[in-house]
Design a protein around this ligand. Structure first.
Ligand code: PXL
Length: 259
């Protein structure tokens, strides 16, 4: 059995965070393990409050799990502060977790701020160099580089700057660009690959970034290389967006029920 780990926040709606990651792992035939790093209080209209898990409990959840279980790939999602970031960085190294997908969550899809400036700097120092893949959207690419990232050219430039910070691959997600195609750029050591999919119109989504990084993690856990895992994850997310569901009064959630 292939095993993946998510270290992320709890989202009671099931649309993002730990809950969405576990369902994505299951859909992709990978056993999911999960360490909760933060709690959110939210519904589909947005986040009311975020609460971090005390650092010693974050540490103990990870060490207790990994002293016993070997995981083939890991992703991190919502980490709320520098202390959590440092603990995760230290333990990723200690347990030699090389298949690491970093979802650099700076604010929620509904605009709730998650990381402060100093925390972003720490994330760049402590986590980016450990990542096999980092998956910034346009806003996150701007926060990591200080550049404006609004065009395909600017996406590539920011992707190269982030690549120089140490991760092996940078997937710059262009889902919020104007245009008929959803374009993502995968910047690697030697080349940049382009992934295009027809844009699904008329959706206001919650959790797409989480599901994409979880699907990439599942692919890596199953032995795919990064471009293969990204391609498969994009297909999975596209299908889940096409069939997305409205269960509350706000944003739509990706459809993660298996048909
Ligand atoms: O979309 C980023 C995100 C990640 N993790 C959790 C969230 C959200 C957004 O709301 O709630 C737990």
């Amino acid at each position: 059995m292939n095993v993946a780990l998510t270290i992320a926040g709890s989202d009671p709606t099931g649309g993002a965070g730990i809950q969405a990651d576990l369902r994505t792992f299951a859909d992709l035939n990978v056993h999911g393990t999960a360490v909760i790093a933060s709690l959110t209080i939210q519904n589909t209209l947005g986040i009311q409050e975020v609460v971090k898990i005390p650092p010693d409990l974050l540490r103990k959840q990870i060490t207790t799990l990994l002293d016993d279980i070997t995981v083939q790939a890991v992703k991190t999602g919502m980490l709320l502060d520098g202390e959590s970031i440092e603990i995760v960085g230290e333990l990723l190294k200690k347990y030699h977790l090389a298949h690491y997908v970093l979802d650099p969550i700076v604010r929620s899809s509904t605009g709730y701020p998650i990381l402060k400036k100093d925390d972003i700097e720490l994330l760049k120092k402590a986590l980016l160099p450990l990542a096999l893949v980092v998956t910034p959207n346009l806003k996150e690419a701007e926060a990591l580089t200080g550049l404006s990232v609004r065009t395909e050219k600017e996406m590539e430039r920011a992707g190269m700057e982030i690549h120089a910070m140490g991760p092996r691959y940078v997937l710059v997600k262009g889902g919020h660009l104007e245009g008929d195609a959803a374009l993502d750029l995968l910047v690697g050591d030697s080349e940049t690959q382009r992934f295009r999919r027809a844009r699904v119109r008329g959706r206001r989504l919650h959790g797409a970034g989480c599901v994409l990084s979880a699907a990439i993690t599942a692919g890596l856990a199953a032995g795919l290389n990064v471009p293969q895992a990204v391609r498969k994850a994009k297909g999975f997310v596209h299908q889940a967006i096409r069939t997305s569901v409205s269960i509350g009064h706000g944003r739509q959630l990706l459809n993660l029920t298996s048909e």
